[in-house]
Design a protein around this ligand. Sequence first.
Ligand SMILES: Cc1cc2nc3c(=O)[nH]c(=O)nc-3n(C[C@H](O)[C@H](O)[C@H](O)COP(=O)(O)OP(=O)(O)OC[C@H]3O[C@@H](n4cnc5c(N)ncnc54)[C@H](O)[C@@H]3O)c2cc1C
Length: 334
Amino acid sequence: MKIQTDVNLKPYNSFGISQSAAHFAEVENLEDLKQALSYGEEHFLSVHILGQGSNTLFIQDYPGLLIHMACLGIERFEDSGIVKAACGENWHQFVEYCLKNNLHGIENLALIPGTIGAAPIQNIGAYGVELEQLVLGVEVFNRETATVEVLSREQCEFSYRDSIFKSGAKNKYVVLSLALQLNASPVVHTDYAALKQQLTGVEEPGPRDVFEAVCSIRQTKLPDPSALGNAGSFFKNPLISQDKFSSLSSEYPDIPCFDSGEEGLLKVPAAWFIEKAGWKGRRKGDAGVHEQHALVLVNYGEASGEDILLLAQDISNSVLQSFGIALQPEVNFV
Ligand SMILES: Cc1cc2nc3c(=O)[nH]c(=O)nc-3n(C[C@H](O)[C@H](O)[C@H](O)COP(=O)(O)OP(=O)(O)OC[C@H]3O[C@@H](n4cnc5c(N)ncnc54)[C@H](O)[C@@H]3O)c2cc1C
């Protein structure tokens, strides 16, 4: 494993931001990871772990060691529905693999960009399914003890776009692989409104129908990062109390809300606040808010990470002033 220096990160983030990493390592196995971490320690470098950079905004040149996780391999455990994938595998290709191999329950998460290793970090979710529903265990390298451990779903403390990896144990673990408990017999989740609508007319939809419906919705609704730099939803959907929701809905009767799964809290689309505050389609230089999707910030070409960050801060401030709601970023700033 070779440590490179002064590496341009443009190919390593879906915003297409041109910052650089002072030190860069491509890690293909556990030995590589250990060597890279030792190099970081010996040179007193801060370390950042990177998948495909589709939930990452580089706001400056990274002065430390950036470790790009590229470990590959998928293992299926006979007919149990259990499947294990290494951290560097592409998430969508893994979903396709599962579909082809009659492993079901994961189709709603098709076309989410990124790697297996990043999926548990923010507990990825879409169209009515969250990763936590499928997780059997997460194999990690514990940077404090230099040992490999397997964390159970409970130990990961998953919640909406959150986990122990982002909170209590931030920077403690490097995810090596993910084991999922899928279904060997067909199972589908079609309750999500947009998905239900897309499947209108399909009698008894099967896993492939769900997979294709999800891909089709995503391809028509979301900008393709290879054509227009973005990181999907920039902010999390705020979870608000019933009282706060009642006071907002008396002023804005059209405010939408969903069950948050957390007691006493309702989920309101962050896009609604952003659009209502007048940001949809606005642009500041090459940093902009997507014309169809108020939640997606985009790089029209030469925006810097700082340009995107400043735009995000302006949006947050304006939503706070107008509605008393503090938006939390979903994207990681490096
Ligand atoms: C167009 C678009 C649509 C999207 N739609 C969705 C969606 O529907 N639902 C959703 O949940 N997300 C969505 N996202 C966000 C993104 O796809 C996910 O967060 C994805 O899991 C990021 O994977 P990545 O490998 O690119 O992560 P990166 O951006 O590389 O990293 C994200 C975080 O994970 C950490 N990390 C990465 N790999 C490891 C590892 N092996 N060990 C420890 N930490 C690690 C990083 O340090 C960072 O904190 C979307 C993004 C885009 C661009």
